[in-house]
Design a protein around this ligand. Structure first.
Ligand code: PLP
Length: 349
């Protein structure tokens, strides 16, 4: 099944017309041998970081390509997924004219980036059990709708959307569907990466910030068709991934056993924390989680948030998000941290 889809009609005219910045070293990548680089005004004295980073991050992409069985040409890297998402806005949404669909409650950056890029937001709300309603989403689409953002597992609700529903949206929508898989490594569900060839309008974003334990290096990953990736490559800042980030990411991606073990520990702690939260007197609902955090409905979120803060525990108050009235979001920590949280909650009156 291949979907009829015309990417060309979604690309902004100025992006189509522009000539990308050609970085100093791009032109000579293929040439091996003892090259003398006097082209980029770098300081010539070697210290390990005096040269500009590889603008195409070839070695790092090769590793990701190997791990996920996806060609290099289907991968774009960003300074966190936040940069990837911003590039998607800038490539496909005309400011003051186009629209995107955001499903609430969800990750706050989609809205921030829409506002920053002057792109109108069509808000659609999850239903009472935090699931998507296909008809509501389809009814929110019009000729100017360029992108639909689906976060699965969703932040802050913690749940994944079913494959059937997401597939129906991918088939129905003629714009781009961005599936944000920041929490996919904690999930029971499979990634959408394996379906890239079936859906030319699918963009999957992932990050090293959560399961991979590398929030500090800022590395976001975008997987999509070669055509979409080549559009994003035209507009990305040439040196957006610095040398240290490329090195650290490569190191971490080579330690898959360690990452796997940490994820298993976090998942065990998540289940333990969930059941313990259910025993707290003022906890009204512990929502099931497919991620590394738990959304919990309490009697009075602001009160409990402030009380925890006095005990030097910082959690996230989501009470102002639609559908999350009196909800706190707890990140699953180490065993010691989670015990500290539970003990503190038990003491509150
Ligand atoms: C944490 C998070 C990200 C990560 O963003 P980075 O910029 O890669 O750190 C992306 N999407 C969602 C939904 C998140 O919760």
């Amino acid at each position: 099944m291949t979907k009829q889809f015309r990417l060309n009609s979604l690309i902004r005219a100025n992006v189509k017309a522009m000539k990308p910045y050609s970085s100093a070293r791009d032109d000579y990548k293929g040439i091996s041998g003892d090259m003398t680089f006097l082209d980029a005004n770098e300081n010539p004295f070697e210290n390990g970081l005096n040269r500009y980073p590889d603008p195409q991050q070839s070695i790092l992409k090769m590793k990701l390509s190997e791990l996920n069985n996806i060609p290099n040409d289907n991968i774009l890297l960003g300074n966190g997924s936040d940069e990837v998402l911003d590039l998607i806005f800038r490539a496909f949404c005309d400011p003051g004219k186009d629209e995107v669909i955001i499903i609430r409650p969800t990750y706050g950056m989609y809205e921030v980036l829409a506002n920053l890029n002057d792109v109108a937001i069509q808000e659609i709300f999850l239903d009472a059990d935090f699931d998507i309603n296909i008809n509501n989403i389809v009814n929110g689409m019009n000729m100017s709708t360029k992108i639909l953002f689906l976060c699965s597992p969703n932040n802050p609700t913690g749940q994944s959307f079913t494959r059937e529903k997401v597939e129906r949206l991918l088939l129905k929508f003629n714009g781009l569907v961005v599936i944000d898989e920041a929490y996919i490594d904690f999930s029971n569900q499979a990634s959408w990466l394996t379906r890239l060839n079936d859906f030319p309008n699918l963009i999957v974003t992932q990050t090293l910030s959560k399961a991979y334990g590398m929030a500090g290096i800022r590395l976001g990953i975008c997987y999509a068709s070669k055509e979409i990736i080549s559009v994003l490559n035209r507009i990305k800042p040439p040196y957006n991934i610095n040398t240290l980030t490329q090195q650290k990411a490569l190191e971490r991606l080579s330690k898959s056993k360690m990452v796997y073990d940490e994820i298993q520990k976090i998942l065990m702690q998540r289940d333990r924390l969930s059941s313990q939260l259910n025993t707290i007197s003022f906890v009204e609902n512990v929502f099931p989680s497919d991620a590394n955090f738990i959304l919990v409905k309490v009697d009075n979120a602001q009160l409990r948030y402030d009380q925890l803060l006095k005990k030097q525990i910082v959690v996230r108050n989501r009470t102002n998000e639609s559908g999350c009235e009196n909800c706190l979001r707890f990140t699953v920590g180490t065993e010691t941290e989670n015990e500290k949280l539970i003990n503190a909650l038990k003491q509150l009156t």
